[in-house]
Write a protein that binds this ligand. Structure first.
Ligand code: ARG
Length: 253
């Protein structure tokens, strides 16, 4: 997340300190879990018609089932998700957030539900290494750990920030940027989806643990999510969903 967005998030938390998030009992009584996500991030959360689908969509629904409730998806801009969580617009945010010390100041995270990392993605003959990126234009999604990492790459021509993951990918496909820094599995999915673009995965820039966010201090909800996640990881359902989307088990090892 942006330094400034985080600063304002901290201010908001202070200002709205008395507004309380829905607790576990209220969620269970309503039968509905409101989940925020930025759904242009295939294969994690994306849309099919009006439905939010993908690995994290199915995982969140499996977790909700363990809690005895149904997920109601609340699509939102990625950079507004954690702020929205602290404004009680969602109960959970399931949108592939890397667990970073900065974000942990603003929200609480459940135990990681997968491990991955940021890679360089380019078209054939495009730059694939940090060295090759010197002087080049790199696209990223606003508010992501990839945006943060790209800003620190030495000698870049420019870092171009796009509101959604889909926009950033589109800019790579149409040649507005030379490379796109995104998640490794998102890059693999894009390569599969656009075979004619000759997309290539390059250097892995960093690794991260991905977690579900709850409002800071909503510990009973976080504990319930952790227990449900432990169950789906133990009873074979995580393995099955992961195999469906990735052909492998992507839990942190
Ligand atoms: N893993 C990255 C981060 O933590 C990007 C997540 C983007 N998610 C999305 N649904 N667009 O910032």
């Amino acid at each position: 997340m942006h330094k400034y967005a985080l600063a304002s998030l901290t201010l908001l938390t202070g200002a709205l300190g008395t507004a309380s998030a829905r607790d576990l009992a209220a969620i269970k009584a309503s039968g509905v879990l409101y989940v925020g996500t930025e759904p242009t991030y295939a294969p994690f959360t994306y849309t099919q018609g009006k439905k939010v689908v993908g690995f994290e969509a199915e995982l969140a629904e499996a977790i909700a089932r363990k809690l005895g409730v149904k997920v109601e998806w609340r699509p939102s801009g990625f950079d507004a998700l954690l702020i929205g969580l602290n404004q009680d617009r969602f109960d959970l945010v399931v949108s592939s957030h890397g667990i970073t010390p900065e974000r942990q100041k603003a929200v609480d995270f459940a135990n990681p539900h997968y491990c991955s990392g940021g890679v360089v993605l380019a078209r054939s003959n495009g730059p694939l290494t940090v060295a090759a990126l010197r002087g080049k234009a790199v696209g990223v999604q606003l508010g992501t750990t990839y945006a943060q990492r790209a800003q620190k790459l030495p000698g870049l021509g420019s870092v171009k920030t796009y509101p959604t993951n889909a926009d950033a990918l589109q800019m790579l496909l149409n040649g507005r940027v030379n490379a796109f820094v995104t998640d490794r599995f998102v890059a693999l999915e894009a390569r599969k989806k656009f075979p004619k673009a000759g997309l290539k995965l390059g250097e892995m820039l960093f690794q991260e643990k991905i977690g579900i966010a709850v409002k800071k201090g909503n510990t009973p909800l976080r504990n319930a999510v952790n227990a449900a996640l432990r169950d789906v990881m133990a009873d074979g359902s995580y393995k099955k969903i992961s195999a469906k989307y990735f052909g492998e088990d992507i839990r942190c090892k």
